[in-house]
Ligand binder design. Sequence first.
Ligand SMILES: N[C@@H](CCC(=O)N[C@@H](CS)C(=O)NCC(=O)O)C(=O)O
Length: 215
Amino acid sequence: MLRVWGRRSSFNLQKVMWLVDELGLAHEHILAGGDHGGLDTPEFRAMNPHGRVPVIDDGGVVVWESHAILRYLAARHGGEQYWSPDAATRSLADRWMDWSGTTLQPDFLTGVFWGFYRTPEGRRDNAAVARSIGRCSAHFRLLDRILADRPFLGGDAFSLADIPAGTALYRYYGLEIDRPNVLNVEAWYRRLQERPAYAQHVMVPFGELYGRLDF
Ligand SMILES: N[C@@H](CCC(=O)N[C@@H](CS)C(=O)NCC(=O)O)C(=O)O
């Protein structure tokens, strides 16, 4: 049986649980990280030397790093919809996953979510947060142009392309920050919210993270 470690408020765990549920995989979810702890035990470090969640154990195959887990699950269990035998088709999702990890996440998750929401008010670098919010506006305007002629980031069908960037939407729209008017992104967000797996695993209240830098 597939086992998945992570806390429900973990952005990176949410990506994995979203896919696990889309694929209908039987699994055991073990709460770990944050107030649940458990990341420093020898057993956990043997699975992930970095002591971070998410981690999966799929019948003895241990994988850490959220996008590596998404690719593993898609390749192992996703069939052609999630893992095409054609390298060019796979690259349609791959590019958006890597863009999210290297561009959107640093500006949104680190710059805005950590810099603004998770940092206690008196310790915020407001100028840096404002710059990150501005870069996020540019990223979401770009996504808006991409989504003008397609329902999902990778094209006509939901795919891995939607998961990392789509996971950011719940927090992006949940913060009191300036956002651009991006109607195509909003329509995409509505389409994702209609998916039961998104509603269950991504739309998780994140109030426990307010003003907390300790995990
Ligand atoms: N690049 C890693 C980041 C892993 C990471 O930083 N995970 C956070 C949660 S999102 C964590 O383990 N934090 C410590 C904790 O929850 O106690 C990934 O994508 O999996």
